[in-house]
Structure formats: C-alpha cells, structure tokens
Design a protein around this ligand. Structure first.
Ligand code: IMP
Ligand code: MG
Length: 179
C-alpha cells in the first residue's frame, strides 16, 4: 500500500494537531448547545472518531451514507442516500462532519435534506477543503486545512475503496489510477 503513495501531504502528527484544534473550537462554541455530530460515511469515519474524542463537552453522534463517486476520481453530481440517520433532529444543534469538501455537491444535497427535518441549527465541519473545485456556493463553518486540487487518500479517504486505513494523507502515484 505504501508503495502506491507518491508523497505524504499530512503526517499522522500534523493531522492530530489539526483535529485537536478543531475539537477545541467546537467544544467552546457548543458548550451551551445540544450537539449532534453527523458523520457522512465512509470517508469521514476516521476523522469523526478522532474529532469526537477531541471534543470535551457532551455530544451525540449519528451516521448517514450517500454515494456520489462510483470508483472514479471525479464527482458525478449524482447523490443517493444509502443509509439514513436514526436520530430525530428536532432540538439538536447539528454538526455535519465531512472528510473533504470538493465540488460541494454532495454536502449541499445533504444540507437541504437535513434542513427540512428542522434541527435547531446546522453547521458544517470538514477536515479538508478544496475550494478551487467548488461548483456550488458553500462554505464550511469549521475547516481543518486547505488542500490543492489533487486526489488525496488516507485517513478515511479512499481511491476505489482502498487506502482508507493509511494513518496519514498522501497523493497517489499517477500509475495507480491509470491501471
Ligand atoms: P463533492 O460532492 O465533490 O464535494 O465530493 C465530496 C466527496 O467526494 C467526499 O466526501 C469524498 O468522499 C470524495 N472526494 C473528493 N475529493 C476527494 C479526494 O481527493 N480523495 C478522496 N475522495 C475525495
Ligand atoms: Mg465522503
């Protein structure tokens, strides 16, 4: 697996620092609120697991899954819910936790849907942000770090369902997705 990585963009240590700093901010901002963190599977699962432990106030969690990518590296714009939330959103201050905000198409669809369920508030937290590729007017309320317009893998992010278990984030060698 390591042999497929061209270069490491974010080490384990750097990711931990980023996650701690977002967790600290969220803990302050939500201390008098009713925080529900919603992880969008599967990419955000590693970030979610670390972020929730960097949050020092009580919070609830839930998961939903949508499919948007197929196995390629470009967004299709087609989004389908494959797993819905268990929790009724009324009374909750929702924080949608995403791995990466790219075109924004996936998230804008999810937000519209969640909005209709009348939570007290909705905010977006993304670990990575690729603003160059935004196709809709969408800004994250919490964003870990900007990334260049390259396809990255690791720390939950996949290519063709692989590399999610890399503890760091890197760029694949071009040969890997030309196979
Ligand atoms: P969007 O709808 O274009 O914003 O796509 C967001 C989703 O695409 C993310 O949740 C990821 O699952 C996936 N994605 C976007 N960029 C990358 C990348 O560089 N590596 C891996 N997955 C990505
Ligand atoms: Mg994802």
């Amino acid at each position: 697996m390591e042999n497929d990585i061209q270069s490491v963009l974010f080490s384990e240590e750097r990711l931990a620092e980023i996650v701690q700093s977002i967790g600290k901010k969220i803990s302050e901002d939500y201390k008098d609120k009713n925080l529900l963190m919603v992880s969008v599977l599967k990419g955000s699962v590693v970030f979610m697991a670390d972020l929730m432990r960097a949050i020092t106030i009580p919070c609830s969690i839930d998961f939903m899954a949508v499919s948007s990518y197929g196995s390629g590296t470009k967004t299709s714009g087609v989004v389908k819910i494959t797993k819905d939330l268990d929790i009724n959103l009324k009374g909750y201050d929702l924080l949608v936790v995403e791995d990466i905000l790219d075109s924004g198409l996936t998230l804008s669809y999810i937000l519209e849907l969640l909005h209709a369920r009348s939570p007290k508030s909705i905010k977006i937290c993304t670990l990575f942000d690729k603003p160059d590729r935004r196709a809709v007017d969408l800004k994250a309320d919490y964003s870990g770090t900007l990334v260049p317009d390259e396809f990255i893998v690791g720390y939950g992010l996949d290519f063709d369902e692989k590399y999610r278990n890399l503890p760091y984030v890197g760029i694949l060698k071009p040969g890997v997705y030309e196979k």
